[in-house]
Write a protein that binds this ligand. Structure first.
Ligand code: C2E
Ligand code: MG
Ligand code: MG
Length: 749
């Protein structure tokens, strides 16, 4: 701590003594002296000797007691007795010393000075008694002439005065320490500054009426002169909080605070103090406290220690505020983070807000953009998204960044709704000088009375978001009870599926694929089946999406790939060497970094040629971005593996995707195949797909062929391959082998 320099404190009209005496005309408080003696003459002689005497500028006031007991009674009743002139021998030999013991131990008056007076030198107490009871002086009565009495009393009073100051300082320091601890725990500068007012007031013993003022962070005008703002106010000044200092109606306070802040010095006056707290060379704040009664006897050193300490605390408060801000702020985009959002939701719930909406907004295909264009670009995109959201919604709407490419918007449904969110991204962003069109998906949830806290609300909005994402790009889904129920059901289904997979409840069915022209069976599609312990079957359309949303699809996918190839091995060994196996691959599997190696391992383990494997992918693989996917598919095709685009025509792929995807086969979705029979719109689509596939050099295969007429029609249209109940239903391995045998027999026949 720096040496307290006098330049920090300016005493207005001070009498230049160290303690802060007030300067008004006032009768000084007398020093109170208690004379204890059983001899009336001694009382009178003492009165006489001290009449009119002043010590350290203050008169004396004598109090009288005639016995030890009487002395103790007086001391209990009368405060501020500076000195006791005490007769050693009164009623008893040791009456005087007993009284001293009681004063120090029972009454705990440690500052009061005691001067023992005795008749004879022989009555002097032992040296250790003098020390133990902190006896100031010991004089025989004859020794104490008027002069001696004056000097002895002066010494005692000075000592008493110093002890008192020390005491005040100690109490002040204790307060400062306690205050420091409290300040650190306080939240923010305003609470801290209010604490400063309370502490100063208690230190100088006045009621906490005051103001704390600092340089305005956001001045209204662009004036070069610094403006000051009232950052805390207490007592009768409370209403002035946040006012500009120059706007308040107290010229005296304005003058004092301005002077303190400009000169960086404290000002002590008769009825007010203005303390300056220096946080750094050119940063600080000032507090003004006033008092209805004169402020007396404030220790200068103590105030300086106080100011230094508080300034230190203020620095810590800045630090804590900074840390707190860090904990609640997303540094990259400058928006509140997830923690802040949850706190905000909790706060709004606590206030009874019930009709608001929380939307989680997710940037579509962000991962792909980040991969392809780099992280710097990705960051720029996130910042632009944050700015866009912030600028499109009003101030009452809370906008936060949750994580990665997910943002949250919380507010009234008139503002926070699917339409508004989607429209906010209608205009492209300008990033690095280039237009970037962004689409977002969002999950919305209404804050109704069923929600008790932020995480619950957030969880449901994420469920809605997942639903929206599953529907494709630019989708919004409002959470409903049904969705919530379904999501819980799905969670249960996932648990069951995990267990089912571990307990071998999953198996494969094989559906034949035939050449329409020759009737030849050239392959099979492996279709996953799940029979639950109660014998019921769960359709793959239900459990595969659930597996895809967890890592389960990875393990399951590699198991079924190998299982399908092992079956293929047996089909070929049974006399069908040209058979090909088509395996469905979900987009999640394709995005596995070691997918290519996984295929290699499966081929090797089952001794299968790549030419006998077909991978069925759907158009939805395009959602995850094509840039990483195309080289992988190229690599697989170069090896001889066929790639089929499954369910073609139902997805959201554009023709340009089709052009870029290195697929060898197109599978027309069964909905179009079914429509062929009625020759409506679906029929036209089927015909177009067949033409398109042929045009692009792809083999077109129709799925869901249920009757001979459709099969014939397809062949007519130029589709050579087909799959469907008309030829054979999905069958387990043994059935399939039997079926194959029957086909062969039929063919021979
Ligand atoms: P998909 O890949 O398009 O499979 C064809 C679906 O059509 C199969 O349904 C099959 O049983 C059914 N189907 C075949 N012929 C006919 C027909 O003539 N009429 C009708 N109405 N339906 C026919 P399934 O087995 O229920 O599979 C449904 C979907 O589940 C599959 O569609 C595929 O997307 C997925 N799936 C099945 N197995 C797997 C798998 O091993 N891995 C992955 N990733 N997905 C699979
Ligand atoms: Mg398929
Ligand atoms: Mg299909």
């Amino acid at each position: 701590m720096s040496q307290p320099g006098n330049d920090d404190l300016v005493f207005i009209d001070d009498d230049s003594t160290s303690p802060l005496h007030s300067q008004h005309v006032q009768v000084p408080t007398p020093w109170r002296i208690l004379v204890v003696d059983d001899d009336r003459d001694v009382h009178e002689a003492t009165e006489f000797a001290l009449a009119g005497t002043q010590i350290l500028g203050r008169p004396l006031q004598l109090l009288h007691a005639h016995s030890g007991r009487h002395a103790l009674e007086t001391l209990s009743a009368e405060p501020d007795i500076a000195v006791i002139l005490l007769d050693v021998v009164m009623d008893n030999e040791d009456d005087g010393l007993k009284t001293v013991g009681a004063i120090r131990q029972d009454l705990k008056l440690s500052n009061t000075r005691i001067i023992l007076r005795t008749g004879q030198p022989g009555q002097a107490p032992e040296a250790d008694t003098i020390t133990r009871y902190d006896i100031n002086d010991y004089k025989t009565k004859s020794e104490l002439n008027q002069n001696k009495l004056f000097t002895t009393l002066t010494t005692a009073i000075r000592s008493y005065d110093q002890l008192l100051r020390l005491d005040t300082s100690r109490r002040g320091l204790e307060k400062i320490v306690a205050a420091s601890n409290q300040f650190i725990a306080e939240q923010g500068l305003q609470a801290f500054a209010e604490g400063v007012i309370t502490q100063i007031a208690s230190l100088i013993g006045v009621s906490p009426d005051g103001l704390v003022c600092a340089i305005d962070d956001e001045p209204d005008s662009r004036s070069s002169v610094p403006e000051f703002r009232i950052i805390a106010a207490a007592g009768r000044f409370s209403h002035l909080i946040q006012h500009r200092l120059s706007d308040i109606d107290h010229p005296h306070i304005i003058a004092n605070l301005t002077q303190a802040l400009r000169t960086q010095q404290s000002l002590i006056a008769e009825r007010d103090v203005t303390l300056y707290f220096r946080k750094s060379k050119d940063e600080g704040f000032a507090a003004y406290i006033d008092s209805a009664i004169p402020i007396c006897d404030v220790d200068q050193n103590l105030l300086e220690v106080f100011c230094t300490n508080i300034a230190l605390c203020a620095k810590n408060v800045d630090l804590v505020t900074e840390l707190r801000r860090d904990a609640f702020l997303d540094r990259l985009v400058g928006l509140p983070n997830r923690t802040a959002l949850i706190a905000e939701i909790n706060e709004r719930l606590r206030r009874g807000a019930r009709n608001e909406v929380l939307a989680v907004v997710d940037v579509d295909q962000f991962a792909a953009t980040n991969d392809v264009l780099g992280h710097q670009y990705g960051d720029a995109l996130l910042k632009a998204t944050a700015r866009r959201l912030r600028s499109r919604f009003g101030n009452e709407v809370f906008v936060a960044r949750l994580a990665g490419d997910a943002f949250a918007v919380l507010g009234q449904p008139t503002e926070v709704n699917a339409d508004h969110i989607q429209r906010s991204f209608a205009q492209p962003f300008q990033i690095e000088g280039v237009d970037h069109r962004v689409s977002v998906s969002s999950g919305l949830v209404e804050m109704d009375e069923t929600y008790e806290n932020g995480p619950e609300l957030l969880k449901d909005s994420y469920i809605a978001l997942r639903r929206a994402k599953a529907q494709g790009m630019s989708q919004s889904v409002l959470f409903s009870r049904a969705i919530g129920f379904e999501s819980r059901e799905r969670a249960q289904l996932l648990r069951d599926l995990r267990q089912g997979f571990d307990n071998q409840q999953l198996f494969l069915a094989f559906q034949p694929q035939v050449n329409l022209a020759t009737g030849e069976v050239f392959g099979a599609e492996a279709l996953l089946r799940w029979r639950q312990p109660d014998g019921s079957m769960v359709p793959p359309d239900r459990f595969i999406p659930v597996a895809e949303q967890s890592s389960l699809i990875i393990g399951m996918g590699s198991w079924l790939l190998e299982a399908a190839l092992r079956s293929l091995h047996r089909f070929r060994a049974a006399g069908f060497p040209e058979m090909r196996m088509a395996v469905n691959i979900s987009p999640v599997q394709l995005r596995q970094p070691d997918f290519f190696n996984l295929i290699q391992r499966a081929l090797q383990a089952t001794n299968t040629s790549p030419h006998n494997l077909e991978l069925e992918i759907t158009e939805s693989v395009a959602v995850g971005g094509l840039d990483a996917l195309i080289p992988l598919l190229d690599q697989l095709r170069q090896q001889g593996i066929s790639i089929a685009l499954d369910d073609f025509g139902t997805g959201y792929s554009s023709l340009s995707y089709l052009d870029r995807l290195p697929a060898s086969h197109l599978k027309i979705d069964r909905s179009f195949v079914r429509a062929l029979r009625c020759d409506g719109n679906g029929a036209r689509i089927a015909r177009t797909i067949i033409m398109l596939g042929r045009e692009m050099g792809m083999t077109v295969i129709a799925e869901g062929v249920e009757d001979a007429a459709t099969a014939d029609y397809l062949l007519e249209l130029g589709c050579n391959e087909a799959q469907g109940y008309h030829f054979g239903r999905p069958m387990i391995e043994g059935e399939f082998l039997n079926w194959l045998d029957q086909q062969a027999v039929r063919k021979i026949a």
